[in-house]
Design a binder for this molecule. Structure first.
Ligand SMILES: Cc1cc2nc3c(=O)[nH]c(=O)nc-3n(C[C@H](O)[C@H](O)[C@H](O)COP(=O)(O)O)c2cc1C
Length: 440
């Protein structure tokens, strides 16, 4: 039986100084903020007929490691960042078909402003706008917005209402409300005020000032790992991004999301589940293996940077723990966060039997199943898609590895190998992101 075609997204680790200090990163310390670096990436992805690029984001300079920002500032780890809605808009003007996913957190924007920003991105990109829904979980980010540290406690209950309201605001203009002739711009009876009464959010307001946008409702992406996060994705997202390190994990994730969608009485095929992978391709298998070994060496050298990044994500000061001792189960069990619990649980599992420095070094390392020639990696993706199902993959570089060279290896190496197997599109079917996502 022929394999089913699948979708490709690209996960860009932030809008920051990509790959600073890594080989082939060009003059990134100077060029990172011009926007042109991201235009180059986006145009290449469009050449590869990717469905979309997702710009990850954050709202603070991390300081979880030793309570200081030093490791992050010295090494440009995920900082500084350009605002992703500005970046996506800039990139929109230089592209025609690529979907543009901006990341905006539910704690930092009023829902009306969120609806307007993403709706406006959808408008100026002619229907390619999308929102990556994140709740944020880091106290320093909440602090930047004058919020309480424990804001994270009910983050998904709050986010569920928030997304419902944003959708309602987008729906304040019916899809056939604009007439555009005979002296009538839009039918007043088809433009609605918005009323919303939730446990966390109450809202009473007018229709959306930016009007209807080409997709009506821009595309929503989400990448939850906890049960609550996955339920939010199943409830509201068009694209769910799953991180899983095994076939079983991928199956579990996909089944959970699809069953939840069915339980809510909707069609699971309307929501695309994409698996995050970080391939390393070479012209020959030996070259790919050599590159993976070099990558692993770099990852070991950057163990502290990687740990500092994890400390920030999990909101745990890992620097308080000894770097070169295997920690006892008691010490590991006592680690707690009010932030991303699922990230901490994975970290704790991986820490058993290893020192922190060893784990930090391994976290940025290559995953052997994604190392090979373009055809070998394409074959592996095909096997997984056949066995697990799923609607495609989010490609990303191993940590700190996003360069123009990496993008070319994917777009001009891996993508043609996937196309030769009939697994990905050779031309865009439609002009809007949602239609392309729903094309197969
Ligand atoms: C591919 C991917 C992209 C993500 N992008 C962001 C992001 O840009 N900003 C952010 O604050 N969190 C981001 N996250 C974190 C998720 O939104 C989520 O919080 C995380 O996967 C942990 O899941 P949980 O919140 O259900 O515990 C991302 C996660 C993944 C896997």
């Amino acid at each position: 039986m022929a394999s089913k075609a699948f979708h490709l997204g690209y996960f860009l680790n932030g809008s920051a100084v990509q790959s600073f200090g890594m080989p082939f990163s060009g003059s990134i310390a100077k060029t990172w903020s011009s926007g042109q670096f991201y235009v180059d990436t986006a145009r290449a992805l469009e050449r590869g007929k990717f469905d979309f690029v997702l710009f990850e984001d954050a709202y603070h300079v991390p300081n979880a490691w030793e309570g200081r920002h030093d490791v992050h500032v010295e090494n440009a780890i995920a900082i500084p960042r350009i605002d992703t809605i500005v970046l996506a808009t800039f990139v929109a003007a230089a592209t025609r078909n690529l979907g543009l996913v901006a990341t905006l957190p539910t704690f930092a924007y009023h829902p009306y402003l969120m609806a307007r920003l993403i709706g406006s991105l959808d408008a100026v990109s002619n229907g390619r706008g999308a929102w990556n829904v994140v709740t944020g979980a880091q106290p320093p980010a909440f602090q930047n917005f004058g919020m309480e540290m424990d804001h994270a406690v009910d983050r998904y209950a709050h986010a569920t209402e928030y997304v419902e309201l944003v959708k309602q605001i987008w729906n304040s203009w019916d899809s056939d409300s604009v007439v555009g002739k005979d002296g009538v711009f839009a039918d007043p009876a088809k433009v609605h005020n918005v009323e919303f009464q939730g446990d966390f959010i109450q809202h009473s307001g007018t229709a959306l000032i930016s009007g209807p946008s080409p997709q009506g409702r821009p595309v929503i992406a989400q990448a939850g790992a906890s049960k609550e996060g996955k339920v939010l994705g199943a409830t509201h997202a068009d694209v769910v991004i799953a991180t899983a390190s095994s076939i079983e994990g991928m199956k579990d994730y996909r089944n959970f999301v699809r069953e939840e969608i069915l339980r809510q009485g909707r069609n699971p095929d309307d929501t695309k589940v994409l698996f995050l992978i970080a391939p390393i391709v070479g012209a020959t298998e030996e070259e790919a293996q050599l590159r993976a070994r070099l990558r692993d060496e770099q990852a070991r050298e950057r163990a502290i940077q990687t740990l500092a990044d994890a400390a920030d994500r999990m909101n745990v000061d890992l620097a308080k723990l000894p770097l070169d001792e295997v920690l006892s189960d008691d010490v590991i069990d006592s680690m707690y966060t009010a932030g991303q619990r699922s990230s901490l649980e994975t970290f704790k599992k991986q820490l058993r039997g290893r020192t922190m420095r060893e784990l930090g070094g391994q976290m940025g390392a290559a995953k052997s199943e994604w190392v090979g020639t373009p055809d070998q990696v394409a074959g592996r993706m095909q096997e997984i898609a056949d066995e697990v199902g799923g609607d495609g993959f989010m490609i990303t570089a191993t940590k700190g590895g996003h360069t123009n060279r990496f993008v070319a290896e994917i777009v001009d190496g891996l993508v043609p190998a996937l196309q030769a197997r009939g697994l990905v599109r050779e031309e865009y079917e439609h002009s809007t992101l949602r239609d392309n996502l729903q094309a197969f």
